[in-house]
Design a protein around this ligand. Sequence first.
Ligand code: ADP
Ligand code: MG
Length: 321
Amino acid sequence: MVNSTYQYTQTLLGTTVSLILIEPNETVAQVVFDTITQLENRLTVNRPISEVMLINLAAGEHSVVVSRSVFSLIEQAQKVSLYPDSCFNFAIGPLVKLWKIGFKGDRVPTEEQIKQQLLLTDPKDIVLNPEDHSIFLTKRGMEIDLGAIAKGYIADVVRLILHQHNIDQAIINLGGNVLTLGQSPLNDDGYWHVGLRKPFSVTNELAGIIKVKNKSVVTSGIYERFFIQNDRLYHHIFDPLTGYPLDNEFESVTVISNSSLEGDIYSTFLYGLGLERGRDFLKKHQHLSAVFLLKNKTIVLINSENFSFLLLDKQYAMSFS
Ligand code: ADP
Ligand code: MG
């Protein structure tokens, strides 16, 4: 057992990114941060130019050929967006840009503005051509947004890089999107401890601890990016049918999975399904586990054989299924 780790931190992806290693390794940390920077430069839609923005800027005009990796990520984003009843929608960009949640100028738009943008968010209006890796947004004003999937993809790439450098025990944390490698040498039982935030706690308290080995732990919540107007909370995951933030019993959804890409996709997807449909989905997908934190202060653990959970805040009640 060891009792200390080495942490490297940078501000990237609009959040705090950290890498925890068992042995100090400045060189590997630099390779990791450089790679994240390169991937962010390709995938971001929060800057005028990126590979994804080139697709968006050509909307309604022409298709754009992209790299193999960006094409494959967009292919997966489209697949999940086309699932029946999916609230996950990679064509959500026009709504994200309208509401500006988490950015300067966020406010509730008018009904008319929302109606207009909704016309530009049909994932079927995005044409992917696997022959030449080109993508075409068929209507002017459409925008791809990979905000609900990019961090998961990037975390998996970082894991690959660490393995290439023969590092098989580490934690990659992309602003709450956590990927643990191997077993933890910090604890006798080999579990890594990943904190589950208590929603809206100003002092960053934890509701509990999720203990895992070699797993990804990704949380989608309503308390990270939001604003309050006329006593109502507006957060950053939208209902593609109404154009308003999704409203259901969840404060957060955490997915425990093998890959961080899956974790990122399904934390957003399950958030959209709500409690009952989310539970049914997970019963059919036993390789995914989840922790649902409900507004009524219940914590629901689903498929809990893949992790263990320690409740820290006694305000919450536990429920297993
Ligand atoms: P976080 O960014 O906190 O990790 P998510 O993974 O759930 O949370 O992603 C939320 C982001 O995904 C939003 O900031 C936005 O860019 C985008 N988004 C918002 N609503 C949807 C949706 N219905 N489907 C897919 N992406 C969405
Ligand atoms: Mg997500």
